[in-house]
Design a protein around this ligand. Structure first.
Ligand code: Z5A
Ligand code: MG
Length: 216
């Protein structure tokens, strides 16, 4: 008796600057994929619930200090500690939606302009993590983002940092394959439609019996 191989799920990453609408869009995508009958999981980085995540949370809130390299490696470790469960979910056919990933990881760290923390240095610990099947980059202008409320109180929420982050996202996504650039300045509904279209295309093209790839 032969059993058909399990169709694997897709790893879908949503990236972008502050207030681009990532979390809103991840929730809408989760609901739309669920309605289509998929098993869906939505995770976000940093995952502030783990022991490493709690260190990150305290750093972002400004209640603790960390060396730039050290906090970078903690953000990466926070992805590594969850990577196994992502791989298992994908292998079992679950669609995994990830709110921020390695791309945020490298650009926010490199934006600090620490002379020994280049983009290249920052990317090293990401090598070997699950590679997204699709990365949706929600692009938004500083003017549009400003309309969605002022900066919050967390460590990176200031104009100077956000400008450098914007430039670095541009730099890395020029070279990256499998990136869909989405105009996040449109209405929530319009952005959602565009994302659903891009994800449907990705799922249709997916080699569902092949393995999840790794970041290189
Ligand atoms: N960080 C790092 O340094 N290294 C790493 O490895 C990782 C992260 C993974 C915390 O991230 C910080 O960690 C972040 C990067 C750094 N630092 N900063 N800055 P976070 O993901 O926890 O941050 P967040 O506060 O949850 O997300 P966000 O980026 O600020 O927001 P968002 O998720 O993109 O947007 P949203 O919450 O969906 O929407 C924001 C508001 O806009 C909300 O009121 C919405 O109703 C509204 N909105 C959304 N879409 C629209 C449209 N289309 N039109 C009008 N209004 C809209
Ligand atoms: Mg968010």
């Amino acid at each position: 008796q032969s059993t058909s191989p399990t169709r694997r799920g897709a790893l879908i990453v949503v990236e972008g600057l502050d207030r681009a609408g990532k979390s809103s869009q991840c929730e809408m995508l989760r609901d739309s994929l669920s309605r289509q009958g998929h098993v869906v999981k939505y995770i976000r980085f940093p995952d502030r619930t783990t022991p490493i995540g709690k260190l990150i949370d305290s750093y972002l809130r400004g209640s603790s200090h960390q060396d730039d390299h050290s906090i970078h490696l903690l953000f990466s470790a926070n992805r590594w500690e969850i990577s196994k469960s992502i791989e298992e979910d994908i292998a079992n056919g679950t669609m995994v939606i990830v709110d921020r990933y390695s791309y945020s990881g490298v650009v926010y760290s490199a934006a600090k302009a620490n002379p020994t923390l280049s983009l290249e240095w920052a990317w090293r610990p990401e090598i070997g993590l699950p590679r997204p099947d699709i990365c949706l980059f929600l692009r938004i202008s500083p003017e549009e983002a400003a309309k969605r409320g002022g900066f919050g109180a967390e460590r990176y929420e200031n104009g100077e940092m956000q400008t450098r982050v914007r430039e670095l996202f541009q730099t890395i996504f020029e070279k990256q394959q499998d990136v869909s650039i989405i105009d996040a300045g449109k209405s929530i509904e319009e952005v959602s439609q565009e994302i659903q279209g891009a994800v449907a295309g990705c799922i249709a093209r997916l080699d569902v019996t092949g393995a999840l790839r790794k970041l290189g």
